[in-house]
Design a protein around this ligand. Structure first.
Ligand code: SF4
Length: 434
């Protein structure tokens, strides 16, 4: 899940780094931990998730997973030590952010979150003001103990609200009701969580513009610090070849495939565009800054972690299906939990199966441009649009079509950013840039 996430008091390491291609491996500034457990599976979900008996009860696999996760953290830290020196060597930055994503990381006992963060601090280094986010579901039996999580070191909660409409939540297969979202936000505040975000979905079958407006209104009434608004995407990871033994997705179940096939027939791109424009209007009027295509933040509440992705900063990642980047190479763990546990519970434990890829200079430049354009700070013109740049004709086209606009950056240098129309049609522009 993801970032209009930005704060005005960003970590200096993050403000220095414009999204740019850089072929040199660098140590991570952020760490992602994937927790692949949910109480039940939502039919639209293509995250790496296992559910049911694996998530709780006598056959739950969370204990075995936590042992494997700690083993992977140790192996990844060993590799970074060998490559860049230890966290106290002075040659590596302390992590500016840690993100527990899922799945439903709020199913983890707070004591285990604390132990993981302690290990992260010891082996990777954790900045004193690091942003530590944990994704939570709002249901009463899923959201965990916010006070205990705050005590463990979590300072940002990302709640999978998705909708404030009871009927739509049922249609989406969600287990919570709108009142649970309000209760979860209240508990987070009372528990001392400093930053609270909600994820919302639009372009949901059966969701009128009026229903979306009501969800926005009700979510804003909760006084949250950050809103992520995503169009419901119904991709087919099997057809995309992502679900093989080394793939970073799990095969889609037959029931979910049928649900998606029916849902996609009901989606309407005109309604979705109107819903996005309404989000821009409502969230902007409420004082949130749309700092990324799908993300809006109150002052100082942008997601530092997701900004690291969009700025193409190096990040470490552990857990099934997790993706890491060292500034030159992207690598991922395979999604399947059995293979993950088998590798890391061996004697000695070994790194789990997965894959890697590196981009050539042109691919890296295109990726940097696409990621930069996701953000409202946009892209420095000089970086992407020199006379010899292969990106220049496409950027010129987008300027002419009103999808991009030029503006002066804080340093007075010319920059490009997406207009609202450009945000709606960003996939078309990005496809040209690749
Ligand atoms: S709660 Fe979130 S991660 Fe879990 S199955 Fe539903 S959408 Fe996927």
């Amino acid at each position: 899940m993801e970032d209009p996430r930005r704060r005005q008091r960003e970590d200096p390491r993050l403000t220095v780094g414009e999204a740019r291609p850089d072929p040199d491996p660098r140590p991570p500034v952020a760490l992602y931990l994937h927790v692949p457990f949910c109480v039940s599976l939502c039919p639209y979900c293509d995250f790496v998730v296992v559910a049911g008996a694996a998530a709780r009860g006598p056959a739950a696999r969370i204990g075995a997973f936590l042992e494997a996760l700690r083993a992977e953290l140790g192996l990844r830290a060993d590799a970074l030590d060998a490559r860049f020196g230890g966290p106290s060597s002075g040659s590596r930055p302390a992590l500016a952010s840690v993100y527990f994503g899922g799945g439903t990381p709020s199913l983890l006992p707070a004591g285990d979150v604390a132990r993981l963060l302690s290990m992260v601090g010891a082996r990777f280094g954790l900045a004193r003001d690091a942003e530590v986010t944990l994704e939570a579901n709002p249901g009463v039996d899923e959201r965990g103990d916010a006070g205990a999580l705050a005590g463990a070191g979590v300072n940002r909660l990302s709640l999978g609200a998705q909708s404030m409409d009871e009927a739509l939540l049922r249609r989406l297969g969600r287990r919570h009701a709108p009142a649970d979202v309000a209760a979860a936000v209240g508990e987070a505040r009372a528990g001392g969580i400093g930053s609270v975000s909600v994820d919302l979905l639009y372009d949901v079958p059966g969701q009128s513009l009026e229903a979306w407006d009501a969800t926005l209104r009700d979510a804003l009434a909760l006084g949250v610090d950050h809103v992520s608004a995503y169009a419901l995407t119904l991709d087919d990871p099997d057809a995309e070849g992502l679900t093989g033994p080394l793939g970073d997705h799990l095969p889609t179940r037959a029931g979910a495939r049928r649900w998606r096939a029916a849902a996609v027939r009901e989606q309407d791109e005109d309604v979705a565009a109107a819903q996005y424009r309404l989000a821009v209007k409502r969230l902007g009027a409420a004082g949130y800054r749309g700092y990324e295509i799908s993300n809006w933040a109150g002052p100082g509440h942008e997601s530092r972690h997701n900004l690291a992705y969009w700025r193409r900063l190096p990040h470490e990642a552990v857990g099934p299906g997790a993706h890491a980047f060292d500034g030159a190479v992207r690598r991922w763990n395979a999604a399947r939990l059995d293979g993950y546990l088998a590798a890391l519970s061996g004697s000695p434990p070994v790194l789990p199966p997965g894959g890697s890829e590196s981009l050539d200079a042109a691919g890296a430049a295109a990726e940097a441009a696409i990621l930069g354009l996701r953000l409202d700070r946009g892209l420095a013109l000089a970086e992407a649009s020199g006379p010899d740049s292969p990106l220049a004709p496409h950027l010129d086209w987008a300027l002419g079509a009103g999808l991009l606009e030029a503006f002066d950056g804080p340093d007075g240098g010319p920059r490009l950013r997406l207009t609202t129309d450009g945000r709606l049609l960003s996939n078309e522009l990005f496809a040209r840039l690749v």
